[in-house]
Design a protein around this ligand. Structure first.
Ligand code: GLN
Length: 197
């Protein structure tokens, strides 16, 4: 059975766990490096990226997470996307920084602090995805090996994938549309790892 690790330092990892369990996967909360052993893939949840970064440093997780990213899939949602990005605005703390994207934190300002929108994700089917944004970042820089999976109507990128690394600015774990969780589970299956850089 595929085992999905959930970085459980802060944020909504429990909602991700519930979504994966509904799909028949097993899950494990990860708070220290040794708990990454045997996990097929990892989710870095939404929450507060500064808090997550502080705790990652305090728990000596930065290097282990970078090594994990070199050969196993990671999906970051919202704060998790910020933690994966090589560059993030207003974040003066070391992060995992393995994904070739730049992000702007809290990109939607006060008025649109939190909102919901129907977002097209063609790779996941023709039905728009009901996306929940909570003080979300946007991707404002995309490296050559990165695919944009979803954009807002104004063109801003909100879901990206670079090989085994997936990042969404919104929170699929807060809805009952499980297509992004299914997509990540498919990425996490050992067969899917062969041939993917
Ligand atoms: N605004 C948060 C941050 O910058 C992210 C919010 C979220 O994960 N929902 O870390």
């Amino acid at each position: 059975m595929t085992e999905i690790g959930l970085l459980a330092l802060q944020g909504d990892f429990a909602e991700h766990a519930a979504a994966f369990q509904r799909l028949g996967a097993s899950t494990r909360e990860v708070r220290k490096a040794s708990e990454l052993d045997g996990v097929d893939a990892l989710v870095i949840p939404g929450g507060e990226s500064t808090t997550i970064c502080r705790l990652m440093a305090a728990f000596d997780l930065l290097e282990p997470l970078r090594r994990f990213a070199a050969d196993r899939p990671i999906w970051g949602t919202c704060a998790g996307m910020i933690v994966l990005a090589r560059r993030a605005s207003d974040l003066d703390l070391p992060a995992v920084e393995v994904m070739d994207i730049g992000v702007r934190r809290n990109a939607f300002g006060r008025q649109l602090d939190s909102f919901e929108a129907a977002v097209d994700i063609p790779a996941l089917g023709s039905e728009p995805f009901h996306a929940v944004f909570i003080r979300a970042p946007v991707v404002d820089e995309v490296g050559p090996g990165v695919d944009v999976l979803a954009r807002l109507p104004d063109g801003r990128a909100v879901a990206v994938q670079q090989g085994k690394l997936l990042a969404t600015a919104f929170h699929p774990e807060l809805t009952d549309d499980d297509r992004v969780h299914r997509h990540f589970l498919a990425m996490a299956r050992p067969e899917a790892q062969q041939g993917v850089k």
